[in-house]
Structures are given as C-alpha cells and as structure tokens.
Design a protein. Structure first.
Length: 336
C-alpha cells in the first residue's frame, strides 16, 4: 500500500516518484526524471515514506537540457558509512521492539509503548532547529532516524521518522504528516504521525509530548490519539491528502477515563488518585464543558479539597504542568 501522498499523485508523478526512490536506494549520482515540477515536495515526502533513506541531503541539483531532465542527489555519507548505520539501526530497532512489544498487546498498547519509549529516550535538539532557521543547513542527523535512534537527539522529523520505522517493523500502519505547528512553544514547519489503531486513524505527536514536559521521565499524552478537530487547535496540514479523523476512540484520556467535564468529577478523580498516592495525576478538560471556563480559577482549590479529604494520604507539595491548547494537565505530587 502506498502512502497517502503517493496515492494523491497522477500516474506520471507516480512514475517519477518510483524512479527517484529506486535511484536513491542504490545511491545513484544522477537520476533521469520526466519533469522537475514539484520535485522538492516529492523528495521531502519520499524521506517521510522511507525513513531508511536517512542518508539523503534534501538539497539537490536538477539540470534540464533539450534531451532530458536529471536529478543529481546529494548524499550525507558514503556507502560504507550508510551500511554501518543500517546495521546499527537494525540492531537498535530490534532491541527496542524486543524490550517493549509482545504478542499480547493490542494495537493501542503497541502505539503507546513506542510513543513512551521515544518520548523518554530522545532529547529535542534545539541547536539543530536554530541552525536550520538561521542557516538552512547543519545538524542534518537531527532530522533523521540517525539523530533519533543512534544519537538520541533530534527535531520533529526525527521523532516522527523513528515512530514510523518502528511501527512499520511491527505491522502497525503509520504515516508522517508534514504541516505547520502553532502553539505556545513553537511556530513553524512541523511533522507528526498518523497511526491506524483498530481501523481508526489517530494523530500522534511524540515531539510535543516530549517538549511539553520538563522531565523526560514524566509521561505526557496530550498529543496521543487526537482527532482532526482537536489537533487542529495547534496543527495545520493538507487535509486533501490525508484521511479524515472525525473521532478518536483510542485517545489516551478516553481510554483511561480521565476526560473531565465538571468540578465535581475532577475533584473526585484527584481524590481517588491521592488515595493511591499516585505521584502523577493526568487529566484532560472536555472542550466546551463548563469546566473549560472554570479550570484556571478552581484547580488549586480542588487539589486542596481533595487532599483534605484524604485521611491516610497526606500531600506535602505539588506542581502543575499543562498544555493550554489541548487542555491537558499534569499534577506532580509529593506525599508525606
């Protein structure tokens, strides 16, 4: 099955796509193509469809004569280094899958544990982002699975490529969306994943779940399993290419019954979590509910009320992190 981008192409464009992919896989120095129209977008989407083509420099040359048009790719490494990296990536991905995936897991569980692994084991590479914005080059590894899986430091494309590569290896349908992010932490070009869970596509943005928490050991699922409407609060993309995601039955907060719509419900949820002395309490406010308008003025009051009701569990102190665009809150609590 081709990617959504590939399926959106005309027959001539598909022929060019296939020719370029074949040439890049064999690291040809020149690839004859029928037309250079849209070649930049095509190359970008090929790198998203094939994360194992990590050695491609997105800068390239195209020459046109009366006889033919030729694409001259640029490669980041020689064939020997590419072979070495391939071996390393195969060993790393096999180890990750062996460590977190088993035959008893549902598709939801598999997507979740891969999300958690990448969030916890990769740092966002701010220096790479700054270099790209200033110079349009540098830190190329950070934009590929080399940065994500070998160097453990990358930007959004590295996160999303690593997720796709791992999902592909376990048979979980996963695609990469290239669009625009616009949140309190970032505005600009962005990439994230679209993952099919039990027949339903869901948006998953590991990068922002990583960036919205100060501590990599703190789980964050603000961007796990979102529908189109929810993620469109801070993401935009070409909806003509990708399938609609009108619902999100496998959203983390729906699955874990932590989607709150009233003060009474939220206080009860915090209280029951404190009884278990949970060090981290995560919840999401339902969009359009009365609680959405009230949360900024009532959250600390509800935390104190819930704590005062606990006879055997005593809260020492707490801190709050949140994702304003997604109405997701994370309470870190220390108990006496």
């Amino acid at each position: 099955m081709g990617s959504f981008y590939y399926n959106s192409l005309s027959s001539n464009q598909k022929a060019t796509y296939d020719t370029v992919v074949s040439g890049l896989k064999s690291m040809q120095q020149s690839i004859p193509i029928k037309s250079s129209t849209g070649i930049t977008e095509l190359i970008e989407n090929i790198t998203y469809d094939y994360p194992d083509l990590f050695y491609i420099d997105k800068k390239f040359n195209v020459t046109t004569s009366l006889r033919q048009t030729v694409l001259a790719p640029k490669y980041l490494y020689g064939k020997t280094q590419v072979a070495t990296y391939r071996q390393q990536i195969e060993a790393i991905t096999s180890e990750i899958i062996k460590g977190v995936i088993n035959e008893h897991q549902s598709e939801y569980d598999k997507a979740l544990v891969l999300h958690d692994y990448l969030k916890k084991n990769i740092q966002y590479d701010y220096a790479a982002l700054e270099s790209m914005v200033r110079n349009g080059k540098g830190f190329e590894d950070a934009f590929t699975v080399i940065g994500a899986l070998i160097k453990h430091k990358c930007v959004c494309s590295g996160f999303s490529m690593a997720m796709k590569m791992l999902c592909d290896k376990i048979g979980l349908e996963c695609h990469i969306i290239s669009g625009i992010g616009n949140s309190s932490i970032y505005h600009g070009s962005h990439a994230w994943n679209l993952i099919r869970i039990n027949g339903y596509f869901h948006h998953v943005d590991v990068t922002w779940d990583n960036q919205f928490t100060d501590d990599i050991n703190i789980p964050n699922y603000g961007y796990f399993g979102l529908d189109d409407e929810t993620i469109s609060k801070d993401h935009t993309w070409n909806r003509k290419i990708y399938p609609a995601c009108p619902d999100s039955p496998y959203n983390y907060f729906k699955i874990n019954q932590s989607l709150m719509d009233s003060q009474v419900q939220l206080e009860k949820y915090i209280y029951e979590s404190m009884l278990n002395e949970d060090p981290l309490i995560m919840f999401k406010i339902k969009k359009g509910s009365p609680l959405e308008a009230e949360i900024s003025g009532c959250l600390e009051k509800l935390i104190i009320l819930a704590s005062n009701k606990c006879k055997h569990s005593r809260m020492e102190q707490y801190s709050i992190q949140w994702i304003p665009e997604q109405l997701v809150y994370m309470l870190s609590i220390e108990y006496r």
